[in-house]
Ligand binder design. Structure first.
Ligand code: NAP
Length: 488
């Protein structure tokens, strides 16, 4: 066997080796094999990344917005040119199907950079007369921002965080998940190729300790975090030590509400997309599927039929595969444990519920698409985020009832409704305690649309022009036009 490739940290426009020699293994979830090693960002690397970010900020923040925009648009062009190569990296690191990664992950990451590059030159202050005097405001960058990412959309998450940060003149030190380190490092390479100055986007590799170092560091002005609620709380508590600004993109247990008058096939497509896309590892998934009583039997029959017939599980690089492997053996076990809890608490397992060993990938971390019925709101599987392909179907009778039950959770990331009644659609969505909502749609998240959570699902937004405010601070400047009126 040839020796494993060892990747290094990306600091100041190049890969640099650490001093300790400490590395960690990255496993391909579809094969269970170690794919490569990555050097951990030790203290020397961390210090040099910080020094590099400071010098990067001195250059990048002084460019005109149009100049920054032009460079970022070049990065967009390169990302699109390298789409297939980058998508393959994402497939091998995450276990998700090529069918998805080749049309979503890089594309939506590039879209976000393009969107914010377009907005950069429109960032402006205002001025107001105060008698003969006046004041004006400047929207200034925050400085060095930290991005900390989850493993489900590694490159896309890095793009969504870097795009508004860099467009506003900030620099970013990004720490990807230890399970998926390559997406962010490839983005860093693309930025360098595009002409982004050294130090503007550094990538540090390692586990939560590297994330914690960033979160606690006094020279970091802001942390944008994507991950679990529990980790988010730790990050926010640590950020409080130096009163950093935070953006928190956390987990969900979102409701998908389907009324009797809905187009059933369309609603089933949404339920399947919202539970089985990326093998269920999506934060906005509609894992509590509320179906109105009259259509319930037909809905269930077609849902099971389509799930059993249309899901193709196997080698994620096979273009036919539409259902991949879970990120790790431990995560696979966690999801299987939830399935056991569902059964033991009395839910009926309609289909799935087991690990799978597809012929072309027998050692991967696959789980069959799983559907539970006869569920109630108190069951663990209806309350906790599973982050795997496990759908919980619940029934309801009235609007009032479903709104109350849908909102009965501490989480509030997303919500969806299917109905032909346009008034009811808006009425329901306006009552949802959730930041990302869909009517007769599920999961679409264009760069123009702000996304983020209510309640414990998050703080702040990503994408959409809203986000510019989160990466700039206002300086107000008062200008006196006459001698001061002073008693001294
Ligand atoms: P996680 O375990 O919370 O980890 C997220 C990131 O935080 C990883 O890079 C992790 O490093 C790092 N980390 C761990 N401990 C830390 C600490 N004390 N300080 C700073 N950083 C620390 O989440 P995950 O398992 O990777 O991702 C799944 C979760 O992400 C789900 O809950 C999902 O809903 C959520 N998510 C939310 C969104 C959204 O937009 N709302 C999008 C995608 C995913 P290591 O893993 O390398 O140790």
């Amino acid at each position: 066997m040839p020796p494993l490739v060892v990747y290094q940290n990306y600091v100041h426009g190049q890969y640099v080796s650490n001093s300790t020699g400490e590395t960690f293994e990255v496993i391909n979830p579809a094969t269970g094999q170690v794919s490569y090693l990555v050097e951990t960002a030790d203290a020397d690397i961390q210090q040099s990344a910080m020094a590099s970010a400071k010098s990067g900020f001195a250059i990048w923040s002084k460019l005109t917005p149009i100049e920054r925009s032009r460079i970022l648009l070049k990065a967009v062009e390169l990302l699109r040119e390298q789409n297939d190569e980058l998508a393959e990296v994402e497939v091998l690191d995450t276990g998700k199907p090529w069918q998805e990664a080749s049309v979503v992950d890089v594309v939506t990451g590039a879209d976000s950079i393009e969107f914010f590059a377009g907005l950069a030159p429109s960032i402006e202050g205002n001025q107001q007369p105060i008698g003969d005097d006046f004041y004006y405001t400047r929207r200034e960058p925050l400085g060095i921002c930290a991005g900390i990412g989850a493993w489900n959309y590694p490159l896309q998450i890095a793009c969504w965080k870097a795009a508004p940060a860099l467009a506003c003149g900030n620099v970013m030190i990004f720490k990807p998940s230890e399970e998926t380190p390559r997406g962010a490092m490839r983005l860093a390479e693309v930025f360098t190729q595009a002409g982004v100055p050294d130090g503007v986007f550094n990538v540090l590799q390692g586990d939560g300790r590297v994330g914690a170092w960033l979160t606690e560091h006094e020279d970091i002005a802001k942390v944008s975090f994507t991950g679990e609620v529990g980790t988010g709380k730790k990050v926010m508590a640590a950020a409080a030590g130096s009163l950093k600004d935070v953006t928190m993109e956390l987990g969900g247990k979102s409701p998908l509400i389907i009324f009797n008058d809905a187009d059933i096939e369309n609603a089933i497509s949404a339920a399947m997309l919202g539970n089985f896309y990326t093998q269920g590892e999506i934060c906005t998934n509609g894992t509590r599927v509320f179906v109105q009583k009259d259509i319930y039997p037909r809905f269930i029959e077609r849902l099971v039929e389509r799930t059993e017939q249309n899901i193709i599980c196997g080698n994620p690089m096979n273009p036919e595969t539409n259902f991949g492997a879970l990120i790790s053996k431990s995560h696979q076990q966690k999801v299987l444990d939830y399935i056991e809890i569902g059964k033991s608490e009395g839910a009926t397992l309609l289909t799935g519920g087991t690990a799978l060993q597809p012929e072309n990938c027998p050692n991967g971390y696959f789980i069959a698409p799983t559907i539970f019925t006869d569920c109630n709101d108190e069951m663990t599987i209806a309350k906790e985020e599973i982050f795997g392909p496990v759908m919980t179907v619940l029934t309801f009778e009235s609007e009032e009832e479903v709104v109350r039950r849908a909102n009965n959770t501490q989480l509030g990331l997303a919500a969806g409704v299917f109905t032909q009644d346009i008034s009811r659609a808006h009425r329901i969505i306006h009552q949802m305690q959730a930041g990302i909502c869909w009517i007769n749609a599920y999961g679409a998240s264009p760069a123009e649309m702000p996304v983020g959570g209510y309640k414990m699902s998050g703080i702040g937004r990503e994408n959409g022009s809203e986000t510019l405010k989160a990466y700039t601070q206002i300086k107000a400047v008062y200008v006196g036009m006459q001698p001061l009126d002073s008693p001294f």
